[in-house]
Ligand binder design. Sequence first.
Ligand code: NAG
Ligand code: NAG
Ligand code: NAG
Ligand code: NAG
Ligand code: NAG
Ligand code: NAG
Length: 462
Amino acid sequence: MGKERSEKEKVGGGEHNKRNMFVSCVVMNSCAAELKLALTALLVLCSIATLFQILPSRFAISASDLRFCISRITTTTTTTTTTTSIAPLNSSSSTTSIAPLNSSTTASLTPSPPSAQKEQVAANGAIKRGFNPYGSAAYNFITMGAYRGGSDTFAIIGLASKPLLLYSKPTYQCEWVPESSSASNSTFSTVSYRILPDWGYGRVYTVVVVNCTFSEAVNGENSGGKLFLEASTSGGGDKNFNITDRFEVLNESPGDLNMTLFSSKPKYDYLYCGSPLYGGLSPQRVREWIAYHVRLFGERSHFVIHDAGGVHEEVLEVLKPWMELGYVTLQDIKEQERFDGYYHNQFMVVNDCLHRYKFAAKWMFFFDVDEYIYLPPKNTIKSVLDSLSDYTQFTFEQMPMSSKLCLSADYGRYYRKWGLEKLVYRDVKRGVRKRPEIRNPAAQCLCKRSAHVPELRRKNNS
Ligand SMILES: *[C@@H]1O[C@H](CO)[C@@H](O)[C@H](O)[C@H]1NC(C)=O
Ligand SMILES: *[C@@H]1O[C@H](CO)[C@@H](O)[C@H](O)[C@H]1NC(C)=O
Ligand SMILES: *[C@@H]1O[C@H](CO)[C@@H](O)[C@H](O)[C@H]1NC(C)=O
Ligand SMILES: *[C@@H]1O[C@H](CO)[C@@H](O)[C@H](O)[C@H]1NC(C)=O
Ligand SMILES: *[C@@H]1O[C@H](CO)[C@@H](O)[C@H](O)[C@H]1NC(C)=O
Ligand SMILES: *[C@@H]1O[C@H](CO)[C@@H](O)[C@H](O)[C@H]1NC(C)=O
């Protein structure tokens, strides 16, 4: 949006920088390296009008592969039964010896406040100073959603303390607890890894996607159960402690799990995941945008709009009819503003959307509401996407126009004019992975790229 754009431009450098960022982001697998980008990169990235598209396709996949699905759209309860367990290490006041983290004292349920350390004169005559910590400035983990991605795998999307992730190695593990204790014992995920899809661009918080995969199907009997996430600081924040927060992230009631839902044909052909909307959006522009794209994507399409404060009354009014027709789902995500991440926690929001809806559509689109998909004449969205059916993802290069070029005839009437940026599809091979190679879709989707589709042209260079 206008506001968003000007903010991007303000923060960012010139187009030269933007371009560099694109280049650095082209090879998706190298995303992790982006973590190392310093503050400058952070600023530069802000300048990128974001628009990226992930297009998970089902084509190249064996049917059994992924038709399993997120369990439910209703999943995400976070009735946190936070159990903080601290392994207190031998911190017997002043003569503190740094005990190893793994010294496992049995966990007490609530952390007892550390006894204050006092100054003492040590045997060698030195004054041994104490350091007394109080409180805790950032949450260990903030959940937004948890989704089943198959019979044995889950994704948990949220935010975590950025310095914790940046400077230490917090660990995550999932535990599945069956509803009826007689059924079976709780099991722990064998594989749990985390992705930082925003490459550390967050501020106090940064986005984390935890992938928990079990060695076998969980809740196979469909008798219900709960998924818990255990987030351990592993010495981050305080080297003496390994604080583990354990909380419920997903609850499947008995009979809740419907695997056929996931193996059936997706409900939609195209699903749009919008970035958080904020600021004084023009209802006229939103009305045009939605009408245009509903027409473009057709009847089997759906639009998920995230309201971070931008969907004020008049905008809601133009969205309402589309909501009633079933084209639009509006999600109020204003609460995330409490947590200072990056750009209204955009990366968390779109990752949540990805995992929440990925089994509901053939293709998902990620771009902003000040961006339009345009297809050259004689193309339809179907013909274009059919031509890309071998790919699971493609992106577009942004070719921003200068915001300083204006017709003098328009002077004083800019508010009535459309600002257009041309984003040209550049190279389908780049940043595209065939499904079997996608190990962390979330990270890949989140290689931010700008897109619009003025021209789809396939280059055969590789
Ligand atoms: C703490 O360490 C001291 C010295 O290493 C030892 O004498 C003491 O027993 C330890 N206390 C606990 C509770 O482990
Ligand atoms: C426990 O800590 C000690 C000393 O820090 C280390 O040598 C050992 O490998 C650790 N054990 C485990 C299981 O992490
Ligand atoms: C977790 O990772 C595994 C291995 O990369 C993948 O097969 C699975 O789909 C992922 N789970 C989710 C919920 O995305
Ligand atoms: C549950 O754990 C107990 C104790 O470890 C074991 O005896 C029992 O066989 C387990 N039950 C199942 C169903 O795995
Ligand atoms: C901290 O505790 C968690 C959960 O028990 C464990 O997986 C992790 O390895 C521990 N970290 C360290 C550094 O000991
Ligand atoms: C599971 O989902 C499918 C497809 O959405 C539906 O037709 C079926 O009735 C559902 N089954 C149950 C037991 O709810």
